[in-house]
Design a protein around this ligand. Structure first.
Ligand code: AHR
Length: 495
Protein backbone atom coordinates (compact mmCIF):
# COMPACT_ATOMS: atom_id res chain seq x y z
CA UNK A 1 0.00 0.00 0.00
CA UNK A 2 1.27 3.48 -0.87
CA UNK A 3 2.19 5.47 2.24
CA UNK A 4 0.09 8.60 2.68
CA UNK A 5 0.62 11.78 4.67
CA UNK A 6 -2.47 13.99 4.75
CA UNK A 7 -1.95 17.57 5.94
CA UNK A 8 -4.84 19.93 6.59
CA UNK A 9 -3.41 23.45 6.89
CA UNK A 10 -6.85 24.94 7.58
CA UNK A 11 -7.55 22.57 10.50
CA UNK A 12 -5.76 24.30 13.33
CA UNK A 13 -5.34 22.13 16.38
CA UNK A 14 -3.64 24.54 18.81
CA UNK A 15 -1.30 27.49 19.04
CA UNK A 16 2.39 26.68 19.25
CA UNK A 17 3.99 28.56 22.10
CA UNK A 18 7.29 29.91 20.71
CA UNK A 19 8.81 29.07 24.10
CA UNK A 20 9.04 25.41 23.06
CA UNK A 21 12.29 26.50 21.41
CA UNK A 22 13.83 27.65 24.71
CA UNK A 23 17.43 27.00 25.77
CA UNK A 24 19.23 26.17 28.99
CA UNK A 25 22.63 27.28 30.30
CA UNK A 26 23.86 25.77 33.55
CA UNK A 27 27.04 26.27 35.55
CA UNK A 28 28.08 22.79 34.54
CA UNK A 29 31.16 21.62 32.67
CA UNK A 30 31.97 23.99 29.80
CA UNK A 31 28.51 25.44 29.29
CA UNK A 32 29.12 28.84 30.91
CA UNK A 33 32.90 28.98 31.34
CA UNK A 34 34.51 28.22 27.98
CA UNK A 35 31.10 28.04 26.32
CA UNK A 36 29.13 31.25 26.35
CA UNK A 37 31.72 33.13 28.48
CA UNK A 38 35.40 33.01 27.53
CA UNK A 39 37.14 36.25 28.47
CA UNK A 40 40.52 36.75 26.87
CA UNK A 41 39.66 34.61 23.87
CA UNK A 42 40.03 36.63 20.63
CA UNK A 43 36.56 35.34 19.65
CA UNK A 44 34.98 37.05 22.68
CA UNK A 45 33.61 40.58 22.98
CA UNK A 46 34.42 43.16 25.68
CA UNK A 47 32.03 41.37 28.09
CA UNK A 48 33.81 38.06 27.62
CA UNK A 49 30.89 36.65 25.61
CA UNK A 50 31.84 34.36 22.74
CA UNK A 51 30.64 36.17 19.61
CA UNK A 52 30.62 33.02 17.48
CA UNK A 53 28.35 31.30 20.04
CA UNK A 54 26.00 34.29 20.18
CA UNK A 55 25.94 34.44 16.38
CA UNK A 56 25.04 30.76 16.07
CA UNK A 57 22.40 30.85 18.82
CA UNK A 58 20.81 33.89 17.17
CA UNK A 59 20.09 31.69 14.15
CA UNK A 60 17.83 29.61 16.42
CA UNK A 61 15.75 32.63 17.47
CA UNK A 62 15.63 31.35 21.07
CA UNK A 63 12.81 33.01 23.04
CA UNK A 64 13.84 32.05 26.60
CA UNK A 65 16.96 30.66 28.29
CA UNK A 66 16.89 28.85 31.63
CA UNK A 67 19.68 29.55 34.16
CA UNK A 68 21.73 28.87 36.39
CA UNK A 69 20.80 25.14 36.59
CA UNK A 70 19.92 22.34 36.89
CA UNK A 71 21.41 20.62 39.86
CA UNK A 72 23.75 23.58 40.31
CA UNK A 73 20.87 25.60 41.80
CA UNK A 74 20.64 23.52 44.95
CA UNK A 75 23.67 25.22 46.54
CA UNK A 76 23.81 28.46 44.56
CA UNK A 77 23.63 31.75 46.40
CA UNK A 78 22.94 34.44 43.84
CA UNK A 79 24.47 37.18 46.02
CA UNK A 80 27.88 35.54 45.50
CA UNK A 81 27.60 36.34 41.80
CA UNK A 82 26.84 40.08 41.82
CA UNK A 83 28.93 43.19 42.48
CA UNK A 84 32.61 43.84 41.73
CA UNK A 85 34.15 40.67 40.29
CA UNK A 86 37.32 40.87 42.38
CA UNK A 87 35.23 40.72 45.54
CA UNK A 88 33.14 37.71 44.57
CA UNK A 89 33.86 34.55 46.57
CA UNK A 90 35.04 31.29 45.02
CA UNK A 91 33.15 28.36 46.51
CA UNK A 92 33.22 24.57 46.35
CA UNK A 93 30.41 23.49 44.05
CA UNK A 94 28.51 20.39 45.12
CA UNK A 95 26.46 19.39 42.10
CA UNK A 96 29.39 18.88 39.72
CA UNK A 97 32.17 18.92 42.30
CA UNK A 98 34.24 21.80 41.01
CA UNK A 99 34.99 25.32 42.16
CA UNK A 100 32.56 28.10 41.31
CA UNK A 101 34.40 31.41 40.87
CA UNK A 102 31.18 33.41 40.53
CA UNK A 103 32.81 35.46 37.81
CA UNK A 104 29.63 34.99 35.81
CA UNK A 105 26.43 35.76 37.72
CA UNK A 106 23.01 37.37 37.42
CA UNK A 107 24.04 40.65 35.75
CA UNK A 108 26.31 38.88 33.28
CA UNK A 109 23.55 36.45 32.39
CA UNK A 110 21.03 39.26 31.92
CA UNK A 111 23.44 41.13 29.67
CA UNK A 112 24.08 37.97 27.66
CA UNK A 113 20.30 37.45 27.26
CA UNK A 114 19.96 41.00 25.99
CA UNK A 115 22.78 40.41 23.49
CA UNK A 116 21.07 37.24 22.31
CA UNK A 117 17.61 38.84 22.25
CA UNK A 118 16.10 36.29 24.60
CA UNK A 119 14.22 36.27 27.93
CA UNK A 120 15.75 34.90 31.14
CA UNK A 121 14.18 32.05 33.14
CA UNK A 122 15.72 31.69 36.61
CA UNK A 123 15.60 28.77 39.02
CA UNK A 124 15.52 29.23 42.81
CA UNK A 125 17.78 27.37 45.22
CA UNK A 126 15.46 24.88 46.94
CA UNK A 127 18.40 23.07 48.56
CA UNK A 128 20.43 25.37 50.80
CA UNK A 129 18.53 28.52 49.79
CA UNK A 130 15.97 30.42 51.82
CA UNK A 131 12.75 32.20 50.98
CA UNK A 132 14.37 35.48 52.02
CA UNK A 133 17.08 34.91 49.47
CA UNK A 134 14.54 34.09 46.77
CA UNK A 135 12.50 37.21 47.51
CA UNK A 136 15.67 39.28 47.45
CA UNK A 137 16.62 37.86 44.03
CA UNK A 138 13.23 38.82 42.59
CA UNK A 139 13.57 42.28 44.13
CA UNK A 140 17.10 42.61 42.70
CA UNK A 141 15.92 41.66 39.21
CA UNK A 142 12.51 43.30 39.07
CA UNK A 143 12.27 45.93 41.84
CA UNK A 144 11.41 49.49 40.80
CA UNK A 145 11.10 51.12 44.25
CA UNK A 146 13.62 52.67 46.58
CA UNK A 147 14.37 49.32 48.25
CA UNK A 148 17.56 47.59 49.34
CA UNK A 149 18.06 44.98 46.61
CA UNK A 150 16.67 47.15 43.81
CA UNK A 151 19.22 49.77 44.90
CA UNK A 152 21.94 47.13 44.96
CA UNK A 153 21.16 46.41 41.29
CA UNK A 154 21.39 50.14 40.53
CA UNK A 155 24.69 50.35 42.38
CA UNK A 156 25.95 47.43 40.30
CA UNK A 157 25.28 49.47 37.19
CA UNK A 158 21.78 48.56 36.10
CA UNK A 159 19.13 51.25 36.55
CA UNK A 160 16.17 49.59 34.80
CA UNK A 161 14.63 46.40 36.20
CA UNK A 162 15.26 43.23 34.23
CA UNK A 163 11.61 42.18 34.51
CA UNK A 164 12.32 38.47 34.80
CA UNK A 165 9.00 36.67 34.33
CA UNK A 166 9.83 32.97 34.58
CA UNK A 167 10.98 31.47 37.91
CA UNK A 168 11.25 27.82 38.89
CA UNK A 169 10.47 26.57 42.38
CA UNK A 170 13.54 24.35 42.51
CA UNK A 171 15.04 21.75 40.23
CA UNK A 172 14.66 17.95 40.50
CA UNK A 173 14.09 18.36 44.24
CA UNK A 174 12.93 14.72 44.28
CA UNK A 175 16.32 13.37 43.07
CA UNK A 176 18.61 11.44 45.46
CA UNK A 177 21.61 13.31 43.93
CA UNK A 178 20.13 16.61 45.03
CA UNK A 179 21.59 18.54 47.96
CA UNK A 180 18.65 18.74 50.40
CA UNK A 181 16.47 16.28 48.49
CA UNK A 182 12.91 16.60 49.80
CA UNK A 183 9.92 14.37 50.24
CA UNK A 184 6.92 15.24 48.10
CA UNK A 185 5.05 16.35 51.22
CA UNK A 186 7.81 18.69 52.36
CA UNK A 187 8.27 20.07 48.86
CA UNK A 188 4.57 20.71 48.24
CA UNK A 189 4.25 22.58 51.52
CA UNK A 190 7.29 24.71 50.77
CA UNK A 191 6.31 25.38 47.17
CA UNK A 192 2.91 26.74 48.20
CA UNK A 193 4.39 28.96 50.91
CA UNK A 194 7.13 30.32 48.65
CA UNK A 195 4.68 30.86 45.78
CA UNK A 196 2.36 32.85 48.03
CA UNK A 197 5.16 35.14 49.22
CA UNK A 198 6.67 35.54 45.76
CA UNK A 199 3.32 36.47 44.24
CA UNK A 200 2.68 38.92 47.03
CA UNK A 201 5.93 40.59 46.04
CA UNK A 202 5.24 40.43 42.31
CA UNK A 203 1.92 38.97 41.09
CA UNK A 204 3.13 39.01 37.49
CA UNK A 205 5.72 36.27 38.06
CA UNK A 206 5.20 33.00 36.22
CA UNK A 207 5.99 30.30 38.76
CA UNK A 208 6.99 26.83 37.71
CA UNK A 209 6.44 23.86 39.98
CA UNK A 210 9.17 21.22 40.11
CA UNK A 211 7.86 17.99 38.63
CA UNK A 212 9.56 14.70 37.86
CA UNK A 213 8.89 13.07 34.46
CA UNK A 214 5.20 13.89 34.54
CA UNK A 215 4.12 10.33 35.30
CA UNK A 216 5.42 9.89 38.87
CA UNK A 217 3.64 9.89 42.22
CA UNK A 218 5.64 13.07 42.86
CA UNK A 219 3.85 14.76 39.94
CA UNK A 220 0.43 13.54 41.03
CA UNK A 221 0.94 14.61 44.64
CA UNK A 222 2.58 17.98 44.11
CA UNK A 223 0.05 19.03 41.49
CA UNK A 224 -2.74 17.95 43.77
CA UNK A 225 -1.37 19.95 46.71
CA UNK A 226 -0.29 23.04 44.80
CA UNK A 227 -2.88 23.67 42.08
CA UNK A 228 -5.24 25.49 44.38
CA UNK A 229 -7.86 28.14 43.85
CA UNK A 230 -6.17 31.57 43.96
CA UNK A 231 -4.84 32.16 47.45
CA UNK A 232 -7.00 34.42 49.60
CA UNK A 233 -3.92 36.46 50.48
CA UNK A 234 -3.47 37.43 46.84
CA UNK A 235 -5.21 40.48 45.48
CA UNK A 236 -7.15 38.88 42.66
CA UNK A 237 -8.62 35.49 41.84
CA UNK A 238 -6.94 35.73 38.43
CA UNK A 239 -3.56 35.12 40.08
CA UNK A 240 -2.95 31.42 40.56
CA UNK A 241 -0.04 30.33 42.77
CA UNK A 242 1.38 27.99 40.15
CA UNK A 243 1.46 28.72 36.43
CA UNK A 244 3.39 25.77 35.00
CA UNK A 245 4.51 22.26 35.93
CA UNK A 246 8.03 21.27 34.91
CA UNK A 247 9.02 17.81 33.71
CA UNK A 248 12.39 16.37 32.62
CA UNK A 249 13.27 13.46 30.35
CA UNK A 250 16.42 12.34 28.56
CA UNK A 251 16.26 9.53 26.02
CA UNK A 252 18.89 7.27 24.45
CA UNK A 253 19.71 3.77 23.34
CA UNK A 254 22.76 2.17 21.75
CA UNK A 255 20.48 0.72 19.08
CA UNK A 256 19.27 3.06 16.37
CA UNK A 257 15.55 2.29 16.29
CA UNK A 258 14.99 2.32 20.06
CA UNK A 259 17.03 5.54 20.11
CA UNK A 260 15.01 7.24 17.38
CA UNK A 261 11.63 6.17 18.78
CA UNK A 262 12.41 6.77 22.49
CA UNK A 263 11.26 10.43 22.40
CA UNK A 264 7.71 9.14 21.85
CA UNK A 265 7.81 8.40 25.59
CA UNK A 266 7.70 12.17 26.03
CA UNK A 267 4.40 12.26 24.15
CA UNK A 268 2.91 9.88 26.73
CA UNK A 269 4.47 11.87 29.55
CA UNK A 270 2.85 15.06 28.28
CA UNK A 271 -0.53 13.35 27.95
CA UNK A 272 -0.32 11.95 31.48
CA UNK A 273 0.85 15.25 33.01
CA UNK A 274 -1.94 17.06 31.25
CA UNK A 275 -4.47 14.70 32.80
CA UNK A 276 -2.89 15.10 36.24
CA UNK A 277 -3.25 18.87 35.88
CA UNK A 278 -6.95 18.46 35.07
CA UNK A 279 -7.44 16.02 37.90
CA UNK A 280 -5.81 18.33 40.45
CA UNK A 281 -7.98 21.23 39.31
CA UNK A 282 -11.13 19.12 39.53
CA UNK A 283 -10.27 17.75 42.97
CA UNK A 284 -9.37 21.21 44.28
CA UNK A 285 -12.44 22.85 42.73
CA UNK A 286 -10.34 25.41 40.89
CA UNK A 287 -12.72 27.74 39.05
CA UNK A 288 -12.49 27.34 35.27
CA UNK A 289 -11.81 31.08 35.00
CA UNK A 290 -8.42 30.54 36.63
CA UNK A 291 -5.84 29.93 33.87
CA UNK A 292 -4.95 26.26 33.37
CA UNK A 293 -1.25 25.58 34.05
CA UNK A 294 0.81 24.46 31.10
CA UNK A 295 3.71 22.02 31.00
CA UNK A 296 7.25 23.32 31.10
CA UNK A 297 9.45 20.55 29.62
CA UNK A 298 12.50 22.35 30.92
CA UNK A 299 15.04 19.60 30.32
CA UNK A 300 14.85 17.37 27.28
CA UNK A 301 17.35 15.83 24.91
CA UNK A 302 19.15 12.68 23.85
CA UNK A 303 21.71 11.92 26.56
CA UNK A 304 23.66 8.86 27.61
CA UNK A 305 26.14 9.91 30.33
CA UNK A 306 28.00 6.61 30.00
CA UNK A 307 28.52 6.99 26.29
CA UNK A 308 29.48 10.66 26.68
CA UNK A 309 32.02 9.81 29.40
CA UNK A 310 34.66 12.53 30.27
CA UNK A 311 33.73 16.02 31.37
CA UNK A 312 30.88 14.96 33.68
CA UNK A 313 29.56 12.56 31.06
CA UNK A 314 28.09 15.55 29.35
CA UNK A 315 30.03 16.29 26.17
CA UNK A 316 28.07 14.19 23.73
CA UNK A 317 29.26 13.39 20.25
CA UNK A 318 25.96 13.20 18.44
CA UNK A 319 25.21 10.94 15.50
CA UNK A 320 22.71 10.94 12.66
CA UNK A 321 20.57 8.56 14.74
CA UNK A 322 20.54 11.20 17.51
CA UNK A 323 19.58 13.91 15.02
CA UNK A 324 16.56 11.82 13.99
CA UNK A 325 15.70 11.33 17.67
CA UNK A 326 15.87 15.08 18.28
CA UNK A 327 13.58 15.63 15.28
CA UNK A 328 11.11 13.12 16.77
CA UNK A 329 11.33 15.02 20.09
CA UNK A 330 10.45 18.22 18.24
CA UNK A 331 7.60 16.55 16.36
CA UNK A 332 6.23 15.52 19.75
CA UNK A 333 6.34 19.13 20.95
CA UNK A 334 4.52 20.38 17.86
CA UNK A 335 1.88 17.66 18.11
CA UNK A 336 1.37 18.43 21.81
CA UNK A 337 1.47 22.21 21.56
CA UNK A 338 -1.87 22.53 23.34
CA UNK A 339 -0.28 21.47 26.62
CA UNK A 340 3.17 22.99 26.36
CA UNK A 341 4.06 26.42 27.71
CA UNK A 342 7.80 25.90 27.31
CA UNK A 343 10.46 23.32 26.44
CA UNK A 344 14.18 23.89 27.06
CA UNK A 345 16.75 21.80 25.28
CA UNK A 346 19.33 20.68 27.83
CA UNK A 347 21.62 22.31 27.19
CA UNK A 348 22.54 25.16 24.82
CA UNK A 349 26.35 24.97 24.61
CA UNK A 350 28.93 22.15 25.09
CA UNK A 351 26.99 20.26 27.77
CA UNK A 352 24.65 17.70 26.07
CA UNK A 353 24.46 20.26 23.33
CA UNK A 354 24.01 20.62 19.59
CA UNK A 355 26.62 23.41 19.68
CA UNK A 356 30.23 22.83 20.76
CA UNK A 357 33.10 25.23 21.22
CA UNK A 358 36.85 24.89 20.94
CA UNK A 359 39.18 27.78 21.72
CA UNK A 360 39.29 28.37 17.94
CA UNK A 361 35.64 28.14 16.95
CA UNK A 362 32.34 26.25 17.04
CA UNK A 363 31.01 22.94 15.75
CA UNK A 364 27.37 22.43 14.84
CA UNK A 365 26.57 18.86 15.76
CA UNK A 366 24.15 16.61 13.85
CA UNK A 367 21.36 17.57 16.26
CA UNK A 368 21.80 21.25 15.44
CA UNK A 369 20.00 20.84 12.11
CA UNK A 370 16.60 19.57 13.30
CA UNK A 371 16.63 22.19 16.04
CA UNK A 372 17.43 24.89 13.49
CA UNK A 373 14.72 23.78 11.06
CA UNK A 374 12.00 23.47 13.67
CA UNK A 375 12.86 26.68 15.45
CA UNK A 376 12.91 28.54 12.17
CA UNK A 377 9.74 27.15 10.61
CA UNK A 378 7.53 25.13 12.97
CA UNK A 379 5.83 28.07 14.63
CA UNK A 380 2.29 29.45 14.55
CA UNK A 381 -0.33 26.72 14.80
CA UNK A 382 -0.19 22.96 14.92
CA UNK A 383 -2.40 21.64 12.17
CA UNK A 384 -3.88 18.24 11.66
CA UNK A 385 -1.66 15.69 9.92
CA UNK A 386 -2.25 12.00 9.46
CA UNK A 387 0.24 9.36 8.39
CA UNK A 388 -0.21 5.81 7.23
CA UNK A 389 3.04 4.05 6.37
CA UNK A 390 3.47 1.00 8.57
CA UNK A 391 5.05 0.89 11.98
CA UNK A 392 8.24 -0.28 13.60
CA UNK A 393 7.45 -3.31 15.77
CA UNK A 394 10.82 -4.09 17.39
CA UNK A 395 12.45 -3.20 20.70
CA UNK A 396 11.83 0.24 22.14
CA UNK A 397 13.40 2.25 24.94
CA UNK A 398 11.70 2.45 27.33
CA UNK A 399 10.24 -1.03 26.83
CA UNK A 400 6.67 -0.04 27.76
CA UNK A 401 6.57 2.33 24.81
CA UNK A 402 5.70 -0.51 22.43
CA UNK A 403 2.36 -1.15 24.02
CA UNK A 404 1.60 2.51 24.69
CA UNK A 405 2.04 4.28 21.35
CA UNK A 406 2.45 3.59 17.68
CA UNK A 407 5.93 3.97 16.29
CA UNK A 408 5.47 4.75 12.59
CA UNK A 409 8.44 4.66 10.22
CA UNK A 410 7.59 8.21 9.26
CA UNK A 411 7.14 10.44 12.28
CA UNK A 412 5.21 13.52 11.29
CA UNK A 413 4.02 16.92 12.50
CA UNK A 414 2.62 19.92 10.65
CA UNK A 415 2.06 23.60 11.30
CA UNK A 416 0.85 26.75 9.65
CA UNK A 417 2.70 29.98 10.36
CA UNK A 418 1.57 33.58 10.68
CA UNK A 419 3.07 34.02 7.18
CA UNK A 420 0.44 31.63 5.76
CA UNK A 421 3.00 28.94 4.95
CA UNK A 422 2.20 25.34 5.77
CA UNK A 423 5.14 23.33 7.15
CA UNK A 424 5.45 19.57 7.25
CA UNK A 425 8.22 17.79 9.20
CA UNK A 426 8.83 14.14 8.34
CA UNK A 427 11.41 11.93 10.04
CA UNK A 428 12.14 8.67 8.26
CA UNK A 429 13.77 6.47 10.90
CA UNK A 430 14.14 3.45 8.58
CA UNK A 431 17.75 2.38 7.99
CA UNK A 432 17.20 0.87 4.54
CA UNK A 433 13.97 2.07 3.09
CA UNK A 434 12.97 5.30 1.45
CA UNK A 435 9.18 5.80 1.43
CA UNK A 436 7.53 6.87 -1.83
CA UNK A 437 4.68 8.79 -0.27
CA UNK A 438 1.54 10.54 -1.40
CA UNK A 439 1.50 13.91 0.35
CA UNK A 440 -2.06 15.22 0.42
CA UNK A 441 -2.64 18.90 1.12
CA UNK A 442 0.43 20.35 -0.61
CA UNK A 443 -0.08 23.00 -3.25
CA UNK A 444 2.13 24.96 -5.63
CA UNK A 445 5.90 25.01 -5.35
CA UNK A 446 7.24 23.24 -2.30
CA UNK A 447 10.49 24.27 -0.64
CA UNK A 448 12.28 21.24 0.77
CA UNK A 449 15.03 21.03 3.40
CA UNK A 450 16.64 17.64 3.92
CA UNK A 451 19.01 16.55 6.68
CA UNK A 452 20.68 13.18 6.25
CA UNK A 453 24.07 11.43 6.19
CA UNK A 454 25.86 8.16 5.49
CA UNK A 455 24.49 5.80 8.11
CA UNK A 456 23.30 6.04 11.68
CA UNK A 457 26.77 6.66 13.14
CA UNK A 458 27.59 9.72 11.00
CA UNK A 459 28.81 12.58 13.20
CA UNK A 460 30.10 16.13 12.80
CA UNK A 461 32.59 15.75 15.64
CA UNK A 462 35.43 14.19 13.67
CA UNK A 463 36.54 17.33 11.86
CA UNK A 464 34.08 16.95 8.98
CA UNK A 465 30.42 17.95 8.62
CA UNK A 466 28.98 14.52 7.80
CA UNK A 467 25.39 15.55 8.55
CA UNK A 468 24.24 18.77 6.99
CA UNK A 469 21.24 20.41 5.40
CA UNK A 470 20.36 20.46 1.68
CA UNK A 471 17.75 22.70 0.03
CA UNK A 472 15.66 21.72 -3.00
CA UNK A 473 12.28 22.30 -4.64
CA UNK A 474 9.40 19.94 -5.42
CA UNK A 475 6.43 20.65 -7.68
CA UNK A 476 4.09 18.81 -5.32
CA UNK A 477 3.07 16.33 -8.05
CA UNK A 478 3.09 12.54 -7.74
CA UNK A 479 4.84 10.73 -4.93
CA UNK A 480 7.66 12.14 -2.80
CA UNK A 481 10.45 9.78 -1.72
CA UNK A 482 11.46 10.45 1.89
CA UNK A 483 15.04 9.09 1.98
CA UNK A 484 16.10 6.52 4.53
CA UNK A 485 17.51 8.04 7.75
CA UNK A 486 16.38 11.57 6.98
CA UNK A 487 14.61 14.61 8.30
CA UNK A 488 12.58 16.49 5.70
CA UNK A 489 10.93 19.83 6.20
CA UNK A 490 8.55 20.95 3.44
CA UNK A 491 7.00 24.41 3.11
CA UNK A 492 4.38 25.76 0.79
CA UNK A 493 1.98 28.68 0.66
CA UNK A 494 -1.27 27.34 2.07
CA UNK A 495 -4.42 28.18 0.06
O1 AHR B 1 21.15 18.97 32.34
C1 AHR B 1 22.03 18.26 33.17
C2 AHR B 1 21.44 17.88 34.50
O2 AHR B 1 20.46 16.90 34.32
C3 AHR B 1 20.73 18.98 35.25
O3 AHR B 1 21.58 19.73 36.04
C4 AHR B 1 19.76 18.24 36.12
O4 AHR B 1 18.63 18.98 36.41
C5 AHR B 1 19.47 16.96 35.35
O5 AHR B 1 19.54 15.85 36.14
Amino acid sequence: ETPVIAVHPSRRVSKINPNIYAGFTEHMGRCIYGGIYDPGNPLSDENGFRKDVLGALKELDIPVVRYPGGNFCATYHWLDGVGPKDQRPSRPELAWLGTETNEFGTDEFMKWCEELGTEPYLCFNFGTGTLDEALAWVEYCNGTGNTYYANMRRKNGREEPYNVKYWALGNEVWGPWQVEQMTKEAYAHRAVQWAKALKLLDPSLILILCGQDGTATWDYYTLNQCLLPAHSALSTSAVPLIDMHSIHLYTSSNEHLPNATAPLAAERAIEITSSLIDLARIENKVPPSQPRPTICFDEWNVWDPIRAEGSLGAEESYTLSDALAVAVWLNVFVRKSRDLGMACIAQSVNVISPLMTTPEGIVKQTTWWPLYLFSRFMRGWTVSAHVSCGTYEGETAPVWLRSAVQTPWLDVSASVGEDGFANLAVVNIHEEKSFETKVEGVSGQVEVFTVTGEGVAATNMKGKEEVAIAESKWDGQGLYAFPKLSITLMRWKAE
